[in-house]
Write a protein that binds this ligand. Structure first.
Ligand code: HEM
Length: 396
């Protein structure tokens, strides 16, 4: 691979960022991973790294700066620096208190409440007929999770969800400027909302109260952690449920297996669903030095995308990489990233999805997805379906 003669995708493949290529980027990524795994994309002026080993290096090696990789977005949002937009050692200072909100103890403290929320969500579905997995399952589930973490009262949930959705627009680095501007105002409104709400939960047991009382962060930094948790997490979690059901429902043996799954098996299943359709398909870094990867050489100052979704189907690491194997183990997928920025909420996401999906298929064993092509949104991040109408098929 040389920087003077960039390799081009063959004509029969659609560029994964082109409108027509977004619905199914996997053929282009498969070709890149096999033929030019460290690829300079002249259209976006980004380097696309698609092999699993090289993506893991991009995420872990200190010569790849997240601070520089995320800088444009951070400046646009006018938010204080967050853990996602800083490199070690600053990063550690901002991340450590975040564990009070999202770490294992916080997850344990909301586990029983979340299980009750999931039961209520499944109980609230009609006994038969059609629902939309995105609007009727994914979004209410994500909102319930934040209600538990933040202690949001029922009357605030609609406002919170509207702000979270609107503010998430800028997760997609290629969103048109007019929408990006709306996303920035929504992010400011979200921060204002979180600021006001946080003052109401002091001295309560909710994880947010522990974070707000911690004096390692300034108030602006604490609000930065909260905004990041909402902007970076609400929508990926909400959309993951539709993506997961889209993958799962055509495979009746997998649906039956999930219905029988215990907690550990359900978590394995969640990881496999994340591997195949990572809601966050790539993440950005900038090289601080020239770096030789297995698949090619990057110059200093290169804007790099670690293409997690391509790494997750690398045949060098995953046998039968395009197939769903719910019991795949080990499953070193990069759907939650890796290295110092590994998703702080991974235990929470695994627990939440592992609660919902088995309960859903147990209650509705004949659950079916729609016939025909999936309705993928044009949005690149998070990868998501506009809707997923599912037939409940009758409650058990
Ligand atoms: C299916 C849902 C989710 C997926 C696929 C996901 C994926 C990711 C990925 C790939 C990263 C690494 C980004 C990078 O290295 O540049 C990340 C970071 C992060 N995620 Fe998640 N995430 C999800 C849900 C959530 C939720 C629900 C929250 C919060 C409640 C959350 C909070 C965070 C935070 C705070 C970071 C930054 C960690 C750091 O920079 O040290 N995520 N997530």
């Amino acid at each position: 691979m040389s920087t003077t003669a960039p390799v081009r995708l063959p004509e029969h493949l659609i560029h994964p960022f082109a409108p027509a290529g977004r619905a199914d980027p996997h053929p282009a990524y498969r070709w890149l991973r096999a033929n030019d795994p460290v690829h300079y994309d002249a259209a976006s002026r980004l380097w696309l790294v698609t092999g699993h080993g090289d993506c893991a290096t991009v995420l872990r090696d200190p010569r790849f700066s997240a601070a520089q990789g995320q800088r444009e977005r951070a400046r646009d949002d006018a938010l204080p620096p967050s853990m996602l937009t800083t490199d070690p050692p600053d990063h550690h200072r901002l991340r450590a208190p975040g564990a009070l909100l999202l770490g294992p103890a916080a997850v344990r403290s909301v586990a029983a409440g979340l299980a009750a929320d999931v039961d209520a969500l499944v109980d609230g579905l009609p006994a038969a007929g059609r629902v939309d997995a995105v609007a009727d399952l994914g979004r209410p589930l994500a909102t319930a999770v934040y209600a538990r973490l933040f202690g949001l009262p029922a009357e605030q949930l609609r406002r919170f969800e509207a702000l979270a959705r609107a503010a998430s627009v800028n997760l997609d680095p290629m969103v048109p400027p007019a929408r990006a501007a709306l996303g920035r105002s929504a992010a400011a409104a979200l921060t204002h909302f979180l600021d006001g709400h946080t003052r109401t939960v002091a001295d309560t047991e909710v994880p947010l109260a522990a974070l707000a009382a911690d004096d390692r962060l300034s108030r602006a930094e604490m609000l930065g952690v909260l905004s990041l948790a909402v902007i970076g997490g609400w929508q990926p979690l909400a959309e993951f449920i539709g993506n997961a059901l889209h993958l799962l429902l055509p495979d009746r043996a997998a649906v039956a297996a999930l219905g029988r799954a215990d907690e550990d098996a359900a978590r394995l299943a969640v990881d496999e669903l994340l591997r195949l359709e990572a809601p966050i398909p790539f993440t950005a870094r900038v090289t601080t030095d020239r770096v030789e990867l297995d698949g090619g050489v990057l110059p200093a100052g290169a804007r790099v995308l670690a293409v997690l979704t391509a790494a997750n189907r690398d045949p060098a690491v995953f046998a039968d990489p395009d197939a769903l194997h719910l019991d795949r183990s080990p499953n070193p997928h990069l759907g939650f990233g890796g290295g110092p920025h590994f998703c702080l909420a991974a235990p929470l996401v695994r627990q939440t999805a592992a609660l919902l999906l088995p309960r859903l298929v147990r209650r509705f064993p004949a659950l079916r997805g729609p016939a025909g092509a999936p309705d993928w949104d044009q949005c690149l991040v998070p990868r998501r379906l506009r809707a997923l109408p599912i037939e409940l098929g009758g409650a058990a």
